[in-house]
Design a protein around this ligand. Structure first.
Ligand SMILES: C[S@@+](CC[C@H](N)C(=O)[O-])C[C@H]1O[C@@H](n2cnc3c(N)ncnc32)[C@H](O)[C@@H]1O
Length: 252
């Protein structure tokens, strides 16, 4: 299990070169995966979205550009948030960028009221979290009934050939690239390591269900190295015979 303080310190360290390294490490394909996550979020002009583990804000910006009324990007690394706010100032769509607030917050104890959001996204974040179940329970708590939960994360591919490529790319190439681009080989040795113990898609789907998230489905991308999970917060059903909300009981 990653230790929260170590993870935060590591992201604080690599924040300045995080975006560049991301593009290099994924050869830019991550843009397609992120676009799929935004489609799954089904944003409309009344959507209040929360992007947990927002980092430098890739998904937060896309949610705002897709037309969300308001986006909150939350992360516990102050330096990642500094980079996100820099991007916000020079963003290509200033009107969309203005609808985002970047705030410091821990995925395992989110600083938001219950039922606050119509969409909760997390992209390449949960594999760093100390207790996954607690994080998803938090996402379910701050999401309103009927809200969509979207999770994009690296996973191990199924085929032997893809696994062999995955091992070479993440175990050998990424740490070297990390050393060159980000000047932090240790961080980019940890990142592939963190994917190894992370639950496979069916197990992750169970964790979402156990956190009270319904209609959980998932699909793989990128030759199987990325999984997109989605779910919906159930809307409580009224017991048979219960009065409708707009019916005021006599005498009250
Ligand atoms: C790999 S980056 C992903 C950033 C962004 N979501 C993206 O798609 O590029 C992981 C982010 O998760 C944040 N993070 C990790 N654990 C966290 C936690 N417990 N609470 C809040 N943020 C966390 C890190 O600070 C980092 O910014």
């Amino acid at each position: 299990m990653p230790k929260a303080d170590d993870v935060r310190t590591m992201f604080d360290r690599i924040a300045g070169r995080y975006d560049l390294m991301n593009r290099v490490m994924t050869l830019g394909i991550d843009k397609r995966w992120r676009a799929a996550a935004i489609r799954a979020a089904k944003v409309d002009p009344s959507t209040r979205a929360l992007d947990v583990c927002c980092g430098t804000g890739d998904i937060s910006f896309l949610l705002a550009e897709a037309g969300a009324e308001h986006v909150t990007g939350a992360d516990f690394s102050e330096n990642m948030l500094v980079e996100a706010r820099k991007r916000q100032k020079s963003h290509r769509d200033p009107a969309a960028a203005k609808r985002i607030d970047f705030v410091q917050g821990d995925a395992m104890a989110l600083p938001f009221e219950d039922d606050s959001f119509d969409v909760v996204t997390v992209s390449f974040g949960v594999r760093n979290v100390e207790v996954l179940a607690t994080a998803f329970e938090e996402f379910a708590r701050v999401a309103r009934p009927g809200a969509r939960i979207v999770c994009l994360e690296i996973t191990r591919p199924k085929s032997k050939a893809a696994n062999a490529f995955y091992d070479v790319w993440f175990d050998r190439v990424v740490p070297v690239l990390g050393g060159i681009v980000s000047r932090d080989k240790a961080a980019y040795t940890y990142l592939p390591e963190s994917t190894k113990t992370f639950p496979r898609p069916p197990q992750l789907a169970e964790i979402l269900r156990d956190a009270g998230i319904g209609e959980v489905t998932w699909r793989r991308f990128g030759g199987g190295i990325v999984a997109l999970h989605r779910g919906v917060l159930p809307v409580p059903t009224k017991p048979a015979g219960a009065p409708a909300d707009d019916v005021v009981a006599a005498g009250t």
